[in-house]
Structure formats: structure tokens, C-alpha cells
Design a protein around this ligand. Sequence first.
Ligand code: UDP
Length: 363
Amino acid sequence: MTAPWSLLVVSTPVGTLGSGAGGGVELTLESLVAGLLGRGHQLTVLAAEGSRLSSSCQAARLWTAAGVDQPSWQHQLRDAPVQIPAAGLLPAIWQQVHARQGQFDAVLNLAYDWLPFWLTPLLRTPLFHLVSMGSVATVMDEVIEAVALSDLRRLAFHSRAQASDFRLPAPPLVVGNGFDLSAYSFRERPDPEPLLGWAGRIAPEKGLEDAAAVAASLGERLLVWGVREDPTYAAAVEASVPSGTIEWRGFLPTSALQAELGRCRLLLNTPKWNEAFGNVVVEAMACGVPVVAYARGGPGELIVPGVTGVLVPPDDVAALTLAARGAAGLERSACRRWVERHASREAFAERIETWIQEGLRPA
Ligand code: UDP
């Protein structure tokens, strides 16, 4: 099928677009939609009622569905069954997809949920999935692996480390992610402030406690941005370090986030899980901020050690502290350059287009 296409992009059933509750998927969706619009496609986004699309996506049509949020998979036990709450948002979304699929050349799902993967062979319109997390539950592994077995071309992953969680019949497509470079301002700062940054959903799988421990040992302030998904956990992290170590900055829109992030001398990234990608790592680098991270998941593939940051063995807080202390020689311009070369929105949209093009060919 020749481009341009009419595409339906389906968002997460966790929170509205713009709220931050959907984590990195929100920015990924924005980037993907804006990038594909730029390549001449017609885009419709289906998301939770109350969602907003950013100015870069205004040419896309927004459809919404109402219902109760899905519980996030990353906070379930590994052998948990599939749960759908009464009056759930997830079935409301997929009922609309089913009813209106005939208007589209393809449907692109960004939600990490059992129902859309399971529906793959049942929809008349080809359904593609950009998988947003690694393995977190057996029933999710099963349904993702079933799609892979029937047609691996329907799946794309953000990083090799993420994809390696799943038993796949052949090497999968890894598309990385893409960022609107013009949204992140880069400045050389010969003398950056002695400030450390940390950004992400404030939840145990993100390991904020390790970054706080580093800041406490170095006697530097740690600025923290993100949705306080687990307030009990946030309070425990705050109590684990001297008062004033953490400065909670809240969840900020990209324009405000990048302005604050750019002031930091380093971003600390401390995933306790197999992080699928790590948007915040690339966002920091786009502002010229090097990243000290655990060599785990996506960040292990995004950071060039000694050039754009430092990678240390996972969960080794002493190594993280040592790296954060000694990371003064990294060039801010090298960080920005890496993002321009590897993670632009334009290049990402091209990779997504090629993926769909291949997937629409007869098997
Ligand atoms: N984020 C934001 N404002 C904030 C803090 C975070 O917009 O104040 C966004 C950030 O841009 C990123 C997302 O939150 O896109 C976090 O995504 P990431 O891939 O790092 O982790 P996830 O939440 O998907 O596990």
C-alpha cells in the first residue's frame, strides 16, 4: 500500500494525555504523531477523555473515550491475571477502534495492555504495537509472544535490551524513540551549577532512592521532576536523606522541564527494572546535560560512556556516587550532538513509516 496513509494511533488507558500519568508513552505519542504528520500522513489519535494534543499535533484529529483507568501492569505481581475494572476505559477505547477501523489503513497501538495484543488477529485493519515496557507479567509475555509468532512485523520495540525480555522467533525491529530538538534549548555552561537532576514517575521501579543517596553523599541538591505516582514511596525516599537534599519540582510541561533540566551539571538515572528506553535520558542530553546511569535497559544503549555520560553496574550506589563525583570532564555539546544524530523526531518518524510499510506488505 502506498503512502500517505490514514492512521489511527491509540493511546494508553492510564491517564489523560498531558497529565503525565501515562509516563513516557505520552511524549512518544506526541513525537510519533507530529513526525508522521510531517511526512504527509493523516493522523487520528484515540485517547482518554480530557486529553490534550500539543501544538505540534494540531493537524491530527482527536477522538476520546471515557471510563475508569486501567491499573498499570508494572505495579502488578508477575503472575497476576488480566484485570479490567467496571466501566473500564480500555474496553471503551477498543470498542471504538473496532467500530471505526474501516476508515484507516492501519491502527498503531501504544498501550501496554493485554486486550489490544489479543485483538491483533481479530481486527480487519492491520494492528501494529509499539511495545512500551519490558517483561512485567507472564500473561503479558504470553500475548506479546503470540503476536510475535503469528507476525513479528506487527511489533516494534524501543531498545534491544527491552526486546530481549521476550521469546521472539527472530530478531525484532528496534525503533528507539524521537524528540523534537527545537523544544530543548542547548547552552554551553562552562560552570554549571552544582545541581543534580532526576526525572521520571516517582515509583519504586525508577529507583529515586539511589539518586537521593548520591546527592546526600556529595552534599549537592537533587532536583526531582515527575508525577508522584506513589506518595508513600516518595515520602520514604525523602526521609532517607538529610532534609533539603531533594527539591521536588513537580510534573512540568516539556518547555518548563527542559529549562530547569538544562541548569543541572548531571542527570542521574537509576532504573530498578529493565527500562524500555528512558526518555528523560535523551531529554537531558538534548539540553546538553550528561547522564550517569545504571547499565540496565535502554539507558545502557543510549549513553556513550566517557562521551555523553557514565554507566555503572546496576544497583551499585557507591559506583554511582564515584561516577557522579568524577563526571566533570564530559562535553555538553557531545550530548546534544548524540541526540541530533540518533534520536530526532524526523528520523524516528521515518523508522515508524518503514515499519508500517513492511508490515502492510502481504506476508
Ligand atoms: N516528564 C515530564 N515532566 C516532568 C517529568 C517527566 O513531561 O516534570 C516526562 C518526560 O518527558 C518523559 C516521561 O515523563 O517523557 C517519563 O518517561 P520515561 O521514558 O523516562 O519513563 P516511563 O515513565 O515511561 O517509565
